[in-house]
Ligand binder design. Structure first.
Ligand SMILES: NC(=O)c1ccc[n+]([C@@H]2O[C@H](COP(=O)([O-])OP(=O)(O)OC[C@H]3O[C@@H](n4cnc5c(N)ncnc54)[C@H](O)[C@@H]3O)[C@@H](O)[C@H]2O)c1
Length: 259
């Protein structure tokens, strides 16, 4: 039997990258998963899976998070874990390189996905998670802890997420545990802000950039999405981490160990 047998889970950003790897690993571990995706075409091969429900929507909207929770209740009779994973990057955009108008729009693009969406998710899921004594998990980043993982908007959004994890761990205790996983450089097509004209850009499209990243990482390679999924299993399981709340587990090949 899998380590997540019968666990009812929501994963946002489930259509690609780390979110998709979480879905595959969780299904293999016996979970039932509501996958929140932005693009209708994503996850076509999982549409008829008996343990999968798909919700299409913008996570920055409260309604999408609420619909996901309702789907978990209706289809799987409850919710044990909400994984707020969707995110966008800023490709290291510097403050000085943005006009005031661009800055306002890019702020909205990045904060609404990286911070507001998990905030809305926690609010929308709180009652269901309290009922199951469940768990809330976010995907952070090495940028939760250090500068240089992005530009000012991305770094600030991930620092804010760290504050959300710690504060919610206090507010949702003792019924719900709140934690995060902080990946470092991962080979995905992470995209960026539309206001910064990065919506169609993919981080791993620049192979030279990906190779260059590896040279700064103590373990000397850029991770794959599946390298992080064991930590989500640990945090979402009933018994593997019952005393952990308010923590963010870093999975970055040693990058922030040097600070
Ligand atoms: N790839 C990396 O190097 C890296 C490093 C640290 C942290 N992260 C974090 O990992 C998480 C997943 O990113 P990834 O690397 O797998 O990239 P990805 O682009 O493959 O995954 C992000 C997902 O979020 C979805 N998404 C974005 N905006 C959305 C919106 N408004 N509504 C609904 N869905 C939306 C995208 O469709 C995509 O499926 C993000 O939170 C990112 O910040 C990634």
């Amino acid at each position: 039997m899998g380590r997540l047998a019968g666990r009812r889970v929501i994963v946002t950003g489930a259509g690609s990258g780390i979110g998709r790897a979480i879905v595959e690993r969780f299904l293999a571990e016996g979970a039932q998963v509501v996958c929140v995706i932005r693009n209708d075409a994503d996850l076509a091969e999982l549409r008829d899976h008996p343990d999968v429900e798909i919700i299409v929507g913008d996570v920055a909207s409260y309604d999408t998070n609420k619909r996901a929770v309702e789907a978990a209740k209706q289809r799987f009779d409850g919710l044990d874990a909400f994984i707020a994973n969707a995110g966008v990057w800023d490709f290291h955009k510097r403050l000085s390189k943005m006009s005031s108008e661009t800055l306002a729009s890019a702020y909205e693009d990045i904060m609404s996905v990286n911070f507001r969406a998990p905030l809305f998710a926690a609010h929308a899921a709180a009652e269901a998670l309290l009922a199951s004594r469940g768990t809330f998990i976010v995907t952070g980043s090495n940028a939760c802890f250090r500068a240089g993982g992005g530009g000012v908007l991305y770094t600030a959004s991930k620092f804010a997420l760290r504050g959300l994890v710690q504060q919610l761990a206090l507010e949702m205790a003792p019924g719900v545990r709140v934690n995060g996983v902080a990946p470092g450089a991962t080979d995905t097509g992470l995209s960026g802000s539309a206001a910064l004209e990065q919506r169609d850009r993919e981080m791993n499209a620049d192979k030279a950039r990906v190779s260059a990243m590896a040279t700064h990482i103590p373990l000397k390679y850029v991770s794959m999405p599946a390298d992080h999924t064991g930590l989500y299993v640990l945090l979402a399981s009933v018994s593997e981490a019952p005393y952990v709340t308010g923590s963010i587990f870093v999975s970055d090949g040693g990058l922030i160990a040097g600070i």
